[in-house]
Design a protein around this ligand. Structure first.
Ligand SMILES: CC(C)(COP(=O)(O)OP(=O)(O)OC[C@H]1O[C@@H](n2cnc3c(N)ncnc32)[C@H](O)[C@@H]1OP(=O)(O)O)[C@@H](O)C(=O)NCCC(=O)NCCS
Length: 185
């Protein structure tokens, strides 16, 4: 299926909530990407290699910068306003825009964790999502063991809808996924 045309829909004003601001990725964010890649779970759910080299981190940044023009979605750098630097990422993925649905992913680099920055990022991206008229539902897919992500989703106001058994393969194993969502008022 053709990817949706979203090239003209990048937010005019950087979305923000609480302690975070979302903006486009910049080359200097490779430092965050290298930090993020030290978490062995992160490479299993995306394209960032484990313990990324500076070159691999730059390549990952470049991929994030091209998601929007490719039509797969909006990949934002999550800037920690307190430190004034990139602390992680959040992606609004819109391959199912034609169905009124998008999924959101997120990760915070290990050195920036512990301050609920991911739930702030979720809160920041939601109002932007609702500026896209076709969208009516935002979904999060979370493994049941991932308490930090579950707490993040619930803190940001997402509701648990159920357990999707054997939903997808990660690291060569079928995994159950909790489905969380929020819908347009
Ligand atoms: C999920 C993630 C983004 C959260 O980062 P964060 O915003 O810094 O989250 P915090 O460290 O502030 O923790 C959020 C909550 O989870 C709890 N938590 C954090 N790590 C935990 C752990 N290992 N076990 C249990 N609870 C944990 C915190 O106590 C906090 O609880 P509270 O809301 O009751 O205060 C981060 O852990 C991460 O990047 N994980 C790897 C990538 C990932 O799993 N992404 C989501 C995929 S669905």
């Amino acid at each position: 299926m053709d990817l949706p045309e979203i090239a003209g829909r990048w937010p005019a004003i950087n979305p923000a909530y609480g302690n975070v601001t979302l903006r486009a990725f910049r080359p200097e964010d490779a430092t965050m990407a290298m930090d993020l890649s030290r978490d062995p779970y992160v490479p299993t759910t995306g394209t960032l290699p484990l313990n990324a080299t500076p070159h691999q981190a730059q390549q990952w940044i470049h991929r994030q910068q091209t998601r929007h023009t490719a039509g797969t979605g909006f990949s934002f750098a999550v800037v920690d306003n307190t430190e004034g630097r990139c602390a992680g990422f959040t992606g609004l993925w819109v391959r199912k825009l034609h169905s009124g649905r998008a999924t959101i992913g997120y990760g915070i680099a290990p050195s920036s964790r512990g301050r609920h920055l991911a739930s702030d990022a979720l809160r920041a991206v939601e109002p932007f999502a609702w500026t896209i008229p076709e969208l009516h539902r935002l979904e999060l897919y979370i493994e049941p063991w991932n308490t930090a992500s579950i707490r993040t989703a619930e803190r940001a106001g997402y509701l648990r809808e159920g357990l999707l058994r054997s939903h997808q393969e990660i690291s060569g194993q079928r995994r159950d996924m909790l489905l969380y969502s929020t819908v347009r008022d």
